[in-house]
Design a protein around this ligand. Structure first.
Ligand code: NAD
Length: 523
């Protein structure tokens, strides 16, 4: 077997592979040479220099695995690899400790004013009284996002005798308490923490999620650190908070525009800045090389890899049977993640009717998990790793067969339990995928466009005031359905609307008399 090392990686990774394969190290290989030599190789290892393009993938003849010794896979055409049944693996966990340690460095630098004291001493000054610091012991750390890196920061801050508060809507109490952390609401975290550290991915939900309103809640001595991605903190609002003394300090390894040329934040003494070096250590590079070498070894000797980023190959006969349900599963997953509240604990998927007899139903379950987990995690969740990711996050996944099909040939029922709400939906894939039940209410909802789902008291006039409120904001209703358990009790209304409902309008709807809740789902 032959493995090509196309970019410079740590020797330990190369050694790991030598006993199972003929390892060729050619770290100056050109794109043309790569296309002509790739047919000889069973595996290729790259970092970020080498581009594994569609042309390279299509020229390959026995390639089984493409390994990225690091995290991002922008330089690999994952789609082309998937089409050819070639696995793409990476080493997402290789940088967690490194980034966590960098975060600790920034926290300590802020608490003890190390970087500005260093600058002052080197300028020939000796300003002892200017650099009065504060201890971390006994202080409160607020962690936003407790995934791989956030968890490592928590462990280290526990050793500094800090009290740990966490806000991460997608982890369970059990996962948090195992690390000695307490899950709290966002506002509580901002109000109570002395040090706030961000470890969430940059998503539409997290973009500019920390700004004026959050700084207003924070203590005037509090520090905030972002070693995640630029753009999560609103930099203009941060500048204002730091320059007005609304907060004590900030530490940034990442900026909205990198390098941050001309950024006024850089002129502030209470800002510690580093040039996106959170993941840059020799150890992280060594670990990435060892991790991917072990993955290659597993795959080339008939085992399975852990960090696979693309789909497994499904045999054509199974594919014909289950393919009509792919879109339904995607839509059910999207519906659930947008209606979920609190920490997800359990997802039960039940296949009913004729579908219950089909093989490989776990692929459909994985498809739902992928839709639920992808919007909240940094690394791509796919059909291969979906179950493992759910398990790592303390989410129980239960697959069942047989339930009432209500006259349809086949039906899929999904129940998602969290510590704040339980959602049960049922869907069918007839001509188009449809949702036919939401929390006990029979509906007939197309899984397209924007939906507004409101629960309200079943008395005259409530439907009208919801419609009027939408009208005031020029949101047109295309279709309406209502369901209720008993007259005068709680009822549910599903509106198909022509445009989404902005956050402020949703808040106004929730404040209407006799309206219990309102949620928008964009499918
Ligand atoms: P992860 O996927 O393991 O964890 C992310 C966590 O954020 C998850 O627990 C998720 O539930 C949580 N989350 C998602 N949306 C949230 C929200 N709105 N509010 C609160 N929590 C939310 O990711 P990770 O590997 O720990 O990476 C964390 C961040 O660090 C990412 O932004 C990543 O890109 C960044 N990173 C930076 C560097 C660097 O060089 N500075 C290096 C590696 C990773």
């Amino acid at each position: 077997m032959k493995v090509l090392i196309a970019d410079q990686i740590n020797e330990k990774g190369i050694d790991e592979l030598k006993d199972i394969a003929d390892v060729v190290v050619q770290t100056d290989i050109t794109p043309e040479e790569l296309v002509s030599s790739i047919p000889d190789y069973d595996a290729i290892v790259v970092r970020s220099r080498t581009k594994v393009t569609r042309e390279v993938i299509e020229a390959s003849q026995k390639l089984k695995i493409i390994a990225r010794a690091g995290v991002g896979v922008d330089n690999v055409d994952v789609e082309a690899a998937t089409e050819k049944g070639i696995m793409v693996v990476n080493a997402p966990e290789s940088t967690s400790i490194t980034v966590a340690e960098h975060t600790m460095g920034i926290i300590l630098s802020l608490a003890r004013k190390i970087s500005i004291a260093d600058k002052s001493v080197k300028e020939g000054k000796w300003e002892k009284s200017k650099f009065m610091g504060s201890e971390l012991a006994g202080k409160t750390l607020g962690v936003i996002g407790m995934g791989r890196i956030g968890s490592q920061v928590v462990k280290r801050c526990k050793a500094f005798d800090m009290k740990i508060l966490v806000n991460d809507p997608y982890i369970t109490e059990e996962v948090a308490s195992r690390l000695g952390a307490t899950i709290v609401e966002r506002d509580t975290l901002f109000e109570e923490a002395d040090v706030i550290t961000i470890h969430v991915p940059l998503t539409p939900e997290t973009k500019h999620s920390i700004g004026k309103a959050e700084f207003a809640l924070m203590k005037d001595t509090a520090c905030i650190i972002n070693c995640a991605r630029g753009g999560i903190i609103n930099e203009e609002d941060l500048y204002q908070a730091l320059s007005e003394g609304a907060i004590g300090g900030a530490g940034l390894d990442v900026f909205e525009k990198e390098p941050p040329e001309g950024n006024p934040l850089l002129a502030l003494d209470n800002l510690v800045a580093t040039p996106h070096i959170g993941a840059s250590t020799r150890e992280a590079q060594r670990d990435a090389a060892i991790i991917v070498a072990k993955e290659i070894k597993e795959v080339l000797t008939g085992g399975t890899a852990r960090n696979v980023l693309n789909m497994p190959v499904i045999d054509p006969e199974t594919l014909i049977l289950i393919k009509p349900y792919f879109e339904l599963m995607t839509k059910l997953g999207r519906f659930l993640i947008q209606t979920a509240q609190g920490n997800i604990k359990e997802i039960d998927v039940t296949y009913c009717g004729e579908l219950a007899e089909f093989p490989k139903l776990d692929i459909l379950t994985r498809m739902i998990l992928q839709e639920i987990l992808n919007p909240i995690l940094t690394e791509p969740v796919n059909l291969v790793n979906a179950m493992a990711v759910a398990e790592n996050r303390g989410i129980t996944v239960i697959e069942g067969k047989r339930c009432e099909v209500h006259g349809f040939d086949s039906l899929i029922r999904v129940e998602m339990k969290s510590d704040k709400n339980d959602m049960v939906i049922e869907g069918v894939s007839t001509k188009e995928p449809k949702i036919v039940l939401i929390n006990g209410y029979k509906v007939d909802v197309e899984t397209e466009g924007h939906l507004l789902i409101s629960s309200y008291k079943d008395i005259p006039g409530v439907i009208g005031i919801i419609g009027t409120k939408l009208g005031e904001h020029e949101i047109n209703i295309a279709k309406m359905q209502v369901g209720r358990q008993e007259p005068g009790g709680e009822a549910v209304m599903v509106l198909k609307i022509d445009s989404t409902v902005p956050e402020n309008v949703l808040d106004e709807l929730k404040e209407l008399e006799n309206v219990y809740d309102a949620v928008v789902v964009n499918l």
